[in-house]
Design a protein. Structure first.
Length: 216
């Protein structure tokens, strides 16, 4: 994808919004020593920097409408400030020791850092990777040890991996529920609950907190 965007940039205006985020705020990507975890959108404060990058690109490309882009970005940044506060409020419904998020793959480390969750992924950052038997066993042991009530599937990852983890936990005499589906590397269909960035993020935090609290 990087190669495609670099080629496109020779003919069109292209902005890599993630490059607006300072390296000091990025997390490492274990699979690639020279790259960073790409999932910055799960820390709303980092995604706000992406919005600013988009605003600046439009203003440079179309200066006659700079005021319009400034106003639209300002309104959206207010919405994102409110979203960031909402996630914090929902997270605070959980005690610190209950903020453990077990997901299908490692997409949520920025979320964990921003909102104080211990995030455990069954497979690596890439949705193309597969979890090995040892990974499943180790994570099952962790779930049983901490009596975690729910784990989560993701919209872009096959459910079979999480079902294998659930079975490994059951083999130890403990039941863990699949708490629901989270959006990770893809949003929902247009017009659906997860069809916008704000809707996607609200869905995720509501699903996580509701399931860990075992709410009906």
């Amino acid at each position: 994808m990087n190669d495609v965007m670099e080629q496109l940039a020779k003919r069109k205006t292209v902005t890599a919004v993630g490059e607006r985020v300072p390296e000091a705020q990025l997390l490492p990507w274990a699979a690639y020593s020279d790259q960073f975890d790409p999932h910055i959108w799960f820390d709303v404060t980092l995604w706000m920097q992406a919005v600013e990058a988009i605003r600046d690109t439009y203003q440079e490309f179309d200066p006659d409408n700079a005021a319009l882009y400034e106003a639209n970005a300002a309104a959206y940044l207010v919405e994102l400030e409110e979203l960031h506060a909402y996630i914090g409020e929902q997270a605070n419904r959980l005690s610190p020791e209950d903020r453990i998020l077990v997901t299908a793959h490692d997409a949520f480390h920025y979320f964990g850092r921003a909102y104080d969750f211990d995030v455990r992924g069954l497979q690596g950052i890439s949705t193309a990777s597969e979890a090995g038997t040892a990974d499943v066993r180790a994570l099952a042991d962790f779930i049983v040890e901490h009596q975690i009530p729910a784990l989560f599937i993701e919209s872009s990852v096959p459910v079979r991996n999480v079902e294998a983890l659930q079975a490994a936990v059951a083999a130890q005499g403990f039941e863990v529920e699949i708490g629901g589906e989270l959006f990770s590397d893809a949003m929902g269909d247009p017009g659906s609950e997860g069809g916008s960035y704000v809707g996607m993020v609200r869905h995720n935090i509501d699903t996580i907190v509701g399931s860990l609290l075992q709410e009906e």
